[in-house]
Design a protein. Structure first.
Length: 90
């Protein structure tokens, strides 16, 4: 069984003090030059990615996780929180 590694990707930038940001976790393993995204238990998800010379597996896994997250939510920001500047009422 290959070693399962985790990767975290930022999905929303922090806007302190009220919103600390958001992240998503992904899991992956590498065997024979193939990076495979998987569940926490090691069940493969999607197609493996063939690593090229010089590729950093952790960075590639982060990119793949972010792409999967964007597809999961449909690339829509419809339900995003709306942030308004404070009204300087005089």
């Amino acid at each position: 069984m290959p070693e399962i590694k985790s990767v975290w990707v930022q999905t929303a930038a922090p806007r302190l003090p009220e919103f600390p940001g958001a992240v998503e976790q992904g899991f992956y393993f590498v065997t024979d030059g193939l990076l495979t995204m998987c569940t926490e238990n090691g069940k493969p998800i999607g197609k493996p990615y063939r690593l090229q010379e010089g590729d950093k597996p952790h960075r590639i896994a982060g990119r793949l996780r972010l792409q999967a997250w964007q597809q999961e939510r449909g690339n829509s920001d419809f339900n995003r929180p709306l942030r308004y500047r404070p009204l300087g009422i005089v």
